[in-house]
Design a protein around this ligand. Structure first.
Ligand code: GTP
Ligand code: MG
Length: 206
């Protein structure tokens, strides 16, 4: 994917603040500090388009970015950070759930997980929500540069088992080395194109 432009559009907490629904949209979700913002920067070849931080809980709003005037990329706040206030925690679920369930132009969600950490209840809850709202997902294991090649393969197998998916459905990624960038773009463009063609309506399936 050749990136010609990448621009911040706006931040939002509720639908009235979302930008007008027009272009196909892909959202990025995952645990706090997992590397969502870094992954987006790597994908769009920009070091500082999205703010990153070693302090968990940095992204608290839904942030919208325009890529090539063709796709909207959405950085969602991370979940599961123990030290954010109760008020922030309480708002997180409804804020994300409202976005996932109402955004008509949403083509899919990239669920990002740390390759070193086998998914827990929070990831399962999010996968449940995505299925519930018939939102397609792409599963990514990031920070692969922190593990040896052998350990990466072992973790990929363990994740596949924990999530009941095939091993090759898990894209290995690193914001540091750029591993997986092309594979992830390919998966994103596939979702954008297939969803556009079929113009599917979202039917909740429990
Ligand atoms: P919140 O917005 O707080 O939920 O965090 P986030 O998921 O957006 O994570 P962010 O991109 O801010 O990265 C968190 C920390 O992980 C930062 O210190 C990054 O430099 C580091 N990091 C992110 N991706 C990678 C990666 O692929 N490899 C390595 N080694 N470090 C990474
Ligand atoms: Mg972030």
């Amino acid at each position: 994917m050749i990136i010609k432009s990448a621009e911040f559009i706006t931040s939002a907490t509720k639908p009235s603040q979302y930008p007008p629904a027009g272009l196909p949209e892909i959202a990025f979700a995952g645990r706090s500090n997992v590397g969502k913002s870094s992954l987006i920067n790597t994908l769009v070849n920009r070091k500082h388009l999205v703010k990153t931080s070693s302090t968990p809980g940095r992204t608290r709003l839904i942030n919208f970015f325009d890529i090539n005037k063709a796709i909207t990329v959405v950085d969602l706040p991370g979940f599961g950070y123990a030290r954010v206030s109760e008020k922030v925690k309480k708002n997180w679920g409804p804020m994300i759930e409202t976005y996932l369930s109402t955004r008509k132009t949403l083509k899919g969600v990239v669920l990002i997980m740390d390759i070193r950490r086998i998914p827990g209840q929070k990831e399962m809850d999010l996968i449940y929500w995505l299925n519930h709202y018939s939102v397609d997902s792409i599963l990514v294991l990031t920070k692969t540069d922190k593990l040896s090649k052998n350990k990466q393969t072992q973790q990929q197998i363990d994740f596949a088992q924990a999530l009941s998916v095939a091993k090759n459905e898990l894209i290995l990624f690193s914001a540091k080395t750029g591993l997986g960038k092309d594979a992830l773009w390919e998966a994103i463009l596939f979702l954008v194109e297939s969803r556009s063609q079929h113009n599917q309506t979202k039917v909740p399936c429990i």
